[in-house]
Design a protein around this ligand. Structure first.
Ligand code: NAD
Length: 290
């Protein structure tokens, strides 16, 4: 299938590479020329703008770092919306349901279908093609692109309601964000009283405290103090803020989410948006004096 791909970062690059390896014909764009060149070296064609891509192919995918970037790429000047050939826009980014609905409605004016497809599973999942892909949009268009999405990971059709894939993704990432800070607090409590953090993680992973932070993030990034898991604090805070907003918009007051949201605001203030999100343990250690 001919596919346009916009946003070739930590997630976009390995997803686009897998699509090329699976035999799809890719035309790519990223504001970073280096990112574009890396894909061209693997056989992709380079485009000069989102519109240029949308003039050349019917199906455009995007993996972008902010709500504003998705909105601009999809509907701004020089965006996908101005393309002459494009029929559908598959957004693999996490933008929250309100932004997904806004993009959906603006594209619909030009008869472009939005297929909302946020993903979960991190850079290693993107490399291995094992991401959870949470799709919402018209079923007929979904069926047309499902074989390409299968290359990226395990595909779940969440519903036809615009933005429902995003709601699913925010529920997932709220849990991932909570696991990270809750496991950090548990480990810091142990360290403060003299326990070995490596032993603690082994015990937790053999016990009922097992979670994605104790299973993956602590052994690979926190215990070796490398803090290089591959997901930026700025992106995690974006997702936590979106999850809290989503709950509030539904009239819900969720106590754990509010507390987790406050903790992540401390992490982004102290560690900065470019830090790896596994650095969330550092302000917790600092406050505990360990
Ligand atoms: P990233 O910052 O590594 O990559 C984003 C890429 O988009 C960069 O190459 C950047 O140059 C490019 N870009 C930015 N603005 C652009 C524009 N206007 N036009 C074209 N290109 C532009 O981000 P990432 O970690 O790959 O995350 C991408 C999306 O995937 C985010 O929505 C994130 O929340 C989501 N996500 C990330 C992970 C992860 O583990 N990193 C996991 C699941 C979901």
């Amino acid at each position: 299938m001919e596919i346009g791909f916009i946003g070739l970062g930590k997630m976009g690059f390995p997803m686009a590479r897998r699509l090329i390896e699976a035999g799809h014909k890719l035309t790519v764009f990223d504001t970073s020329k280096d990112a574009r060149d890396r894909l061209v070296a693997l056989g992709a064609a380079a485009a000069s703008s989102p519109k240029d891509i949308a003039d050349r192919v019917e199906t455009v995918m995007a993996s972008l770092p902010s709500l504003q970037a998705s909105l601009e790429v999809a509907t701004g000047p020089g965006g996908v919306i101005e393309g002459t050939r494009v029929r559908r826009f598959i957004d693999l980014s996490t933008v929250g349901s309100r932004m997904a609905v806004k993009i959906n409605d603006l594209l619909a004016i030009k008869n472009i279908v939005q297929i909302d497809s946020p993903v979960s599973g991190g850079v290693s999942g993107a490399e291995k093609g094992t991401l959870a892909v949470m799709v919402s949009g018209p079923r007929a268009d979904f069926e047309l692109v499902k074989s390409a999405l299968d290359v990226i990971g395990k595909v779940f059709f969440i519903g036809t309601k615009p933005g429902s894939g995003q709601t699913m993704k925010l529920a997932n990432n709220f849990l991932s964000a909570t696991a990270m800070v809750a496991t950090s607090e548990a480990v810091v409590m142990g360290v403060k009283s003299g326990l070995d953090p490596a032993v603690m993680i082994d015990v937790i992973n053999a016990g009922s405290g097992l979670n994605t932070a104790s299973r993956d993030k602590f052994p690979r990034s926190v215990l070796p103090r490398s803090f290089d898991f591959g997901f930026a604090t700025g992106l995690m805070v974006k997702d936590v803020r979106l999850a809290v907003e989503e709950m509030r918009a539904l009239g819900l007051s969720m106590e754990v989410a509010e507390a987790v949201g406050r903790l992540w605001e401390v992490v982004i203030r102290d560690e900065g948006p470019e830090s790896d999100f596994t650095a969330a343990i550092k302000p917790i250690e600092k406050a505990a004096g360990v």
